[in-house]
Design a protein around this ligand. Structure first.
Ligand SMILES: [Zn+2]
Length: 181
């Protein structure tokens, strides 16, 4: 496992993700793959980024959960990415270090942002690489995307947040910080 795979496959306790957060199936035996998403926030006290939430979600559940989002939100987000993501050259496509350390919209290093989110799709322990994944967005873009989300979808993402974030952690997470792809 190289460093990039470790970043996605291991949780903050250094254990490998094994279960889908939603259906709890074993993702390492699931042939269709799963998405891992992590959100980081800069901690002024420790002078380092800390993980504010992380989860693995099987692709079947991704599909199921995406269908709960309003059509308006899905279209808005789709249009936003079409308009703002620059096509990648063949060498950029496979430059996983750059793709997981710089914002896919602004092109800036994630380390310059107060918060950021990354995501990747895996099949067992192999990353699936395409135009959209791996995925990295900086705080300013997270804000922009939140504005594209309708009230209905917001209620739904709040419910999802309750599922993946332990109660004692919820206060630390800014509102509307869950994205499902
Ligand atoms: Zn699942």
């Amino acid at each position: 496992m190289d460093d990039i795979d470790k970043k996605f496959l291991l949780n903050k306790d250094n254990n490998q993700f094994k279960k889908c957060v939603f259906c709890e199936d074993n993702i390492l035996e699931y042939e269709h793959g799963y998405v891992v998403e992590k959100a980081y926030k800069y901690n002024n006290k420790s002078n380092d980024f800390e993980i504010i939430f992380e989860y693995a979600l099987c692709l079947e559940c991704v599909q199921h959960l995406s269908s709960e989002m309003s059509e308006e939100s899905t279209n808005n987000i789709e249009k936003y990415f079409e308009a703002n993501v620059k096509p990648l050259s063949a060498s950029q496509l496979i430059d996983l270090k750059a793709r997981t350390e710089t914002c896919m919209i602004t092109g800036e290093s994630l380390s310059k942002s107060k918060e950021y989110q990354i995501a990747a799709v895996y099949q067992k322990e192999s990353m699936i690489i395409n135009e959209r994944f791996p995925f990295a967005i900086s705080g300013i873009i997270i804000e922009e995307i939140q504005e594209l989300i309708s009230e209905k979808t917001r209620n739904f993402t709040d419910k999802f947040k309750d599922l993946i974030i332990p109660p004692q952690e919820r206060d630390k997470i800014p509102k509307d910080r869950i994205l499902i792809f």
